[in-house]
Design a protein around this ligand. Structure first.
Ligand code: SF4
Length: 424
């Protein structure tokens, strides 16, 4: 438990970040903690490099809306002071705190105050006796150092800790944590250290941490980004957890990569939809896709979606059209539909006249020869049934479209119209 938050033992993977402020600047630190908590941080870590930072902890811990971890390096006195100040957890690397006796002193106080520790190793500061091994086999060196730390904790009869192994290398982070997870029963803190800028750091973290989390490894994560905006780290952490369906928080936005079929300014629309979705807490799925037929097929599971064309676009829900609207009003109309859905107690409000008009528009714009997801699925299903049915579906694709069909009847035979639009 870090404060009231469980970490490990099957608890949801906790999101943490670290403040970028000078910790002793209490108002600034408290403000940033508030910001990261609002963004979804479950835990926050603050650097404690000086006496005044340890002193400031008392106020910070009292005022912070989430548990606070004191981050200590090199100085066991500061670790003791942080525990006394009421930090919900203390992070230290036993290898750089000044020897086993000083570690034991910290452990004694941690036990007395029931304060958990995060112990671990960093690839940049492994104990001297592992330097050659680090050179020959960095993964083994990291794991060995971590196991030595765990053994030291156990010798001191202390088990209220989680373990971290930090490396700047993504492959080494993955390999070492996989090995460690097999060897110890304690919760693991995951992170790729000094991952880089918002762009590259997010990707490295997504690959490294995502791989481990997908394996079921990791109990709390921190994304390390070179930014003063700690909330950006939190947002990235959440995107990773949401992508793996490990946790839900707020809407999920699906957006196509665009291609030559695109007929409207999707960059602006996606950015606007993403911005406006931040006001919603419910984990609804919203898709923004560039062309009508693929849009419907590829986002059939989305709670709400928009798909655009040159002058007109369509709003739909669960693959069923709701209405067609001019492209310039797509975003506003989308959010009107979402708000109506919530106002009606999470019920989609469908106007049958508008829905029929949207279906007609969709059908009129269809490319009758396109291999849409609906047709591919229909072909596969038909092939499974019998070859003649499959052949019929194929034939129907090369015949002129007759009357537009409603979407519900699309899968086996309907030529769903209109995903190519002429540029003008
Ligand atoms: S949804 Fe349409 S515009 Fe977007 S990538 Fe797919 S085919 Fe291209």
């Amino acid at each position: 438990m870090i404060g009231s938050l469980p970490v490990g033992g099957g608890a949801p993977v906790a999101v943490q970040t670290m403040t970028k402020t000078e910790t002793a600047n209490v108002p600034a630190t408290i403000e940033q903690i508030g910001t990261v908590a609002e963004a979804g941080a479950d835990i926050v870590r603050v650097a404690v490099p000086r006496e005044q930072d340890a002193e400031a902890l008392k106020t910070i811990v009292a005022q912070a809306p989430i548990p606070v971890i004191a981050d200590i390096h090199f100085n066991h006195t500061l670790a003791l002071k942080a525990i006394e100040a009421g930090a919900h957890c203390v992070r230290l690397n036993p290898g750089n705190i000044g020897g086993a006796e000083k570690v034991a002193e910290v452990i004694e106080l941690a036990k007395a105050r029931n304060t958990p520790l995060r112990v671990g190793v960093n690839s940049g500061s492994l104990p001297k006796h592992l330097r050659q091994l680090e050179y020959d086999n960095p993964v083994e060196a990291l794991v060995t150092a971590a196991i030595e730390t765990v053994t030291l904790m156990e010798r001191l009869d202390f088990d209220n800790f989680k373990v971290s192994m930090k490396s700047t290398s993504v492959p080494n982070t993955i390999a070492s944590n996989r090995q460690l997870a097999e060897k110890i029963p304690y919760p693991l803190h995951l992170g790729v250290t000094e991952a880089g800028t918002k762009w590259s750091g997010s990707l490295k973290s997504a690959v490294g941490l995502g791989t481990l989390l997908a394996d079921g490894i990791g109990d709390t994560i921190r994304i390390s980004l070179s930014t003063f905006h700690a909330e950006e780290e939190v947002k990235v952490a959440w995107e990773i957890l949401k992508a793996l369906k490990l946790r839900e928080r707020g809407p999920v936005l699906i957006a196509c990569p665009t291609c030559g079929r695109l007929q409207f300014d999707m960059d602006t629309v996606v950015a606007e939809v993403e911005r406006r979705l931040e006001a919603y807490e419910d984990p609804i799925e919203v898709s923004v896709l560039g062309c009508a037929v693929n849009g419907i097929g590829e986002a059939r599971h989305a709670d709400f979606g928009i798909t655009g064309a040159k002058d007109m676009g369509m709003i739909y829900s669960k693959g069923e059209p709701l209405k067609k609207v001019p492209t310039a009003q797509l975003v506003d109309e989308l959010f009107k539909e979402i708000d109506r859905y919530y106002a009606a107690g999470r019920n989609v409000q469908r106007d049958e006249v508008e829905a029929a008009e949207a279906r007609r528009w969709l059908a009129e714009n269809e490319d009758a020869t396109a291999m849409t997801p609906e047709r591919i699925a229909a072909l596969e299903a038909a092939a499974a049934e019998n070859d003649e049915a499959a052949a019929q579906v194929l034939r129907s694709m090369h015949e002129p479209a007759s009357e537009p069909q409603p979407l519900e009847t699309v899968p086996a035979s309907s030529p769903v119209a209109g995903r190519r639009f002429s540029r003008g």
